[in-house]
Design a protein around this ligand. Structure first.
Ligand SMILES: NC(=O)C1=CN([C@@H]2O[C@H](COP(=O)(O)OP(=O)(O)OC[C@H]3O[C@@H](n4cnc5c(N)ncnc54)[C@H](OP(=O)(O)O)[C@@H]3O)[C@@H](O)[C@H]2O)C=CC1
Ligand SMILES: N[C@@H](CC=O)C(=O)O
Ligand code: NA
Length: 914
């Protein structure tokens, strides 16, 4: 066997250049892949002639040559670093059963990386079982013995399932040996009635020791060069307060090199969670320990990747239990992952990101139960930009919330410009050991507000009251106020930095969802924007901002009230258009409830509109308006709520104010609210203008025809309305277009009713009330403060029928009066004229009128057919020739279409793409 110095002397290929690829290591680079020998590897270096001037070699790097002490290649004896190693971590559920351990083995074998290091947790529940052993033993509960037997049984049964022959025998022998040591140790704890921390850590770490050994034996059985590692021999940590530890990387690296020199191999199965102190006392990495083990190992090996296997498809853009539309993020930067995890997202603990982030090692989060899901990659953002198309439009990656907080507001004129105020405030907070989660101070310096966990707020407030007693007494501070029941909503995204408009979009979405923001904080890093909202608004706020950033669709929770002719036609139109709206416009209209006068149908996720009629029959429950509204709005499942009132009921219309005040948008073809008492109308409109809640009612005049919007457009652009004149009733238009050639009036009325043009009660049409309502709506829209009673109306309902109890009775009785109408019709026909029922808004004279007029046959109003409405706007701009809107102004399809169009207008106001 050649001596070591001879071996070195033969290394003619070593480059004389010393480079320093890694901070602590100087190395000679040979033609083959470099590797490291550290100071701890002195035994290999005793004969080495050092470069001049060097007393101790930091590191010697060699090419592939033969070790002096064995025939194993030296390259094999030290862990090569860099791209070679991939690290995997499997949590307890991943190795929870025999079958799952086999699945893990398959995954490892399929990874074609040159070398693999696998961190495993204890089988699921085992760590808890081990803690229970300690607890029982120190409470002098004899049942620790039977519990220990259960631990033995679990591992023994698993081993019998997955191992055989020598492997099984060797594992079982080790297992029994460990169990008998544990029994002795637990006995000692039992006697002492106390377990030290290191005893506890020693006992609980066995779960990892056994799972690592079993997995390594399964892999070896496949003929793979695999060793298991007790990471207590390698990972050295120091306690760093509050149940945390800091790895000693230097020492750990040396121990790793030593370990590897004794155990060279291609696959290492290592224990998660456990480590040692510098004094070799067993300890653990505390919370999220196995992830941390993987990160530390990834850093020690300078791995090409660390994969954390879990039971979710990756990191979600928001908690999927709160936002059903949350998506899996393809990539996240380290900072983003860090921020998300701080805010409670189910991502890695920040400390598990730091070790790999230092070397730019990507972390993959993968789902072991769904291998087809690509998972989330956490890496440097430069890599993200190329890979993640989503990123281009989404500057905010995800949203997270923290509940159960209270805000404390310290306010007073005596704070401004007084150095030390903030220090005094937070000194007092520190003294009670409270954790400050967010701080906000406006530059006026008159108030400082900060968020603390709700459970700590009382103590904090008392400490502040006492600390600032004098300032409060003499008025320098006006108050120390507690605002309870708050939540934090945070938007996280590295690309928010220096991108204008992100916060505007965020706050816009909150405003549109009618969420009041109590406090705001954004650090200069701009990685997150934090807002404080009322706790009951938190989920709604989360959903609103989430949909705003296109991580989910513009979703509106809708309640349809009145599934009669118009309501049911609307439901059918929604059904037919739903998928196009989703796919092309990102609009998700979810009908969460349908309410009739007697029964209602509710759904938690959205009613299947292809079957709503059957479902209403099968699952309908007694109508209850309050419950209905609470269901559609109160579940907070979807950020925006709209109630669509398709009744003609003034009681329902009376609720609009309350709904709008609650942030519920209202869309309706029902004319009752806008033509009801003026004072109520003005109150409603004032509320609508102040809030970000919308109220749309285009279908109240001219059904689907753009009448209200045309008038609005004229007014908003500064035109002045002089007069609006028109045929506003589809029913009466139809009747007078068809009441000719000797036909009976009642027959034509019945036809109009059949065609769906009439109001639920056709007397509303014939009496002129419906037209008067439309005149009032347009008059008020034009700024006239008129009541319905101010409009003189010529009724076509024969006097004796005005008292009919029902619409049905009225229709039955109407033929008795056909002659009266025939007479009117013949008189006008004989004069070469036609009868037309018109409404007029005379803006100049601030009045309106509704009457039956006669027009020459060449007048535009005489040219109509079917249910046509025609509305002429005479304005300052359209003075010589009025602006005319004409077309069918009644009927199920056009009316439902008009309502639908209002719903889409609402969606676009709420942020849907146009
Ligand atoms: N027809 C048209 O061309 C146009 C109609 N409109 C307006 O559309 C609205 C609906 O008209 P249309 O569909 O023809 O009328 P329908 O009579 O066919 O439908 C009315 C619906 O409202 C329900 N309803 C009544 N009161 C209540 C209540 N308090 N709570 C819950 N549901 C209630 C009825 O339920 P149930 O059946 O169980 O009693 C029925 O389903 C009216 O306001 C009308 O003015 C507007 C423009 C054009
Ligand atoms: N009954 C009404 C329907 C529209 O408002 C009409 O006939 O115009
Ligand atoms: Na209209």
């Amino acid at each position: 066997m050649a001596s070591f110095s001879a071996a070195i002397a033969n290394l003619s290929s070593i480059s004389p250049t010393q480079t320093s690829l890694y901070p602590r290591h100087r190395l000679f680079q040979s033609q083959c892949r470099p590797f490291f020998l550290s100071r701890s590897s002195h035994f290999l270096l005793k004969d080495l002639t050092l470069p001049r001037g060097r007393k101790t070699p930091d590191t010697v790097i060699c090419a592939s040559f033969t070790d002096v002490t064995s025939n194993v290649s030296l390259e094999e004896k030290l862990p090569p670093k860099g791209e070679t190693w991939s690290v995997h971590k499997f949590g307890g559920t991943c190795v929870g059963t025999s079958q799952r351990i086999k699945n893990v083995a398959e995954i490892i074998l399929k990874d074609d990386s040159e070398r693999k290091l696998v961190i495993v947790s204890a089988m699921s529940k085992v760590t808890d079982m081990m803690y229970a052993l300690i607890h029982k033993a120190q409470s002098r509960d004899e049942s620790y013995i039977s519990s220990l037997d259960a631990v033995l049984e679990k591992h023994s049964a698993t081993a019998h399932d997955i191992l055989e022959g020598d492997s099984l025998a060797s594992f079982l022998s080790k297992l029994h040996n460990d169990i008998s040591n544990l029994k002795a140790m637990l006995r000692a704890i039992y006697i002492a009635g106390h377990a030290t921390e290191s005893f506890t850590d020693f006992v609980v770490g066995h779960g990892e020791l056994w799972s690592a050994q079993m997995l390594s034996l399964v892999i070896r059985k496949k003929g793979v060069d695999c060793k298991w590692m007790d990471t207590r021999d390698v990972i050295i940590v120091n306690p760093s307060g509050s149940n945390q530890v800091d790895p000693d990387y230097l020492e750990s690296e040396q121990r790793l090199e030593k370990w590897y020199s004794l155990n060279p191999c291609k696959v290492i199965i290592a224990t998660g969670f456990i480590a040692s102190t510098p004094q070799n006392i067993p300890t653990t990495l505390k919370r999220d320990g196995s992830d941390f083990s993987a990160a530390i190992m990834g850093a020690l090996f300078r791995a090409c990747q660390v994969t954390i296997w879990t039971d979710v498809d990756g990191v979600y853009s928001a908690d999927p239990r709160k936002v059903s539309e949350a998506v899996i993020l393809k990539t996240l930067s380290y900072q983003e992952a860090w921020e998300m995890s701080y805010f409670g997202a189910n991502v890695l603990h920040p400390r598990t990101i730091i070790p790999v982030m230092r070397y730019g090692i990507p972390i993959m989060i993968r789902n072991i139960f769904n291998l087809s899901a690509p998972g989330t990659k956490i890496c440097h953002p430069s890599v993200n930009d190329n890979e993640d198309g989503q990123n281009l439009q989404n500057y905010v990656k995800g949203f997270a919330t923290i509940d159960n907080l209270a805000l404390i507001n310290v306010e007073g004129t005596g704070m401004a410009g007084v150095p030390g105020t903030a220090s005094a405030i937070f000194g007092a907070v520190k003294d009670v050991g409270a954790n400050v989660i967010m701080i906000s101070q406006a530059s006026s310096e008159h108030s400082v507000c900060f968020a603390v966990p709700e459970k700590e707020v009382k103590a904090v407030a008392e400490a502040l009251q006492s600390r600032f007693r004098q300032a409060l007494d003499n008025g320098r501070l006006s108050q120390v106020a507690i605002i309870p029941n708050c939540s934090i909503l945070a938007a996280v995204g590295q690309k928010m930095a220096s991108t204008p408009g992100v916060s505007a979009s965020l706050f816009n979405a909150l405003a549109k969802a009618n969420i009041n923001v109590r406090a705001i904080a954004q650090g200069c890093s701009e990685y997150n924007i934090t807002v404080v909202v009322k706790r009951e608004d938190c989920i709604k706020a989360l959903r609103a901002v989430h949909s705003r950033f296109y991580l989910s669709r513009t979703t509106i929770s809708m309640g349809i009230i009145g599934p009669g002719l118009i309501g049911s036609t609307l439901l059918d139109q929604l059904r037919d258009q739903a998928s196009i709206l989703k796919e092309e416009f990102n609009i998700d209209l979810r009908v969460m409830g349908i309410l009739g006068s007697k029964s209602m149908l509710l759904s938690d996720a959205g009613i299947n509109l292809t079957r709503w009629r059957e479902l209403r029959e099968e699952r309908g429950e007694a109508a209850d308006l309050e419950k209905f509204v609470q269901h559609v709005h109160g579940n907070n499942f979807i950020p925006n709520t709209a109630l669509v009132d398709c009744t003609a009921d003034s009681v329902i219309a009376g609720y609009y104010y309350e709904w709008l005040r609650k942030g519920i948008h209202v869309v309706t073809p029902n004319k009752k609210a806008n033509s009801g008492p003026l004072e109520q109308y003005l109150r409603l409109r004032a509320l609508q203008r102040q809030s970000y809640t919308h109220y749309f009612y285009e279908a109240t005049v001219g059904a689907g025809l753009p009448i209200v919007s045309t008038l609005r457009g004229l007014l908003e652009t500064g035109d002045r309305i002089l007069q609006i004149e028109g045929i506003f009733s589809g029913t009466l238009s139809y009747i007078f277009n068809n009441f000719k050639d000797g036909r009976a009036f009642s027959e034509v009325v019945a036809e109009a009713k059949e065609a769906g043009y009439t109001e639920p009660d056709p007397r509303d049409d014939l009496s002129g009330t419906d037209v008067a309502r439309k005149v009032i709506i347009l008059a008020r829209e034009s700024g006239l403060k008129l009541e319905l009673s101010n409009i003189p109306v010529e009724s076509l309902v024969p006097e004796p029928l005005q008292v009919c109890a029902s619409a049905q009775e009225f229709m039955q009785e109407l033929p008795k009066f056909d002659q009266v109408f025939t007479k009117k019709q013949e008189d006008s026909e004989n004069a070469g004229e036609v009868l037309r029922y018109v409404g007029v808004v005379d803006v100049i004279n601030r009045k309106g009128v509704v009457e039956l007029r006669r027009y020459k046959k060449d007048h535009p109003f005489a040219q109509l057919s079917g249910s046509d409405n025609i509305i002429a706007f005479t304005t300052r701009r359209y003075k010589d020739q009025p602006l005319i809107v004409r077309g069918p102004g009644a009927g199920a399809q056009v009316t439902a279409g008009g309502i639908f169009s209002d719903i889409l207008r609402l969606a676009s106001y709420l942020g849907a793409p146009s």
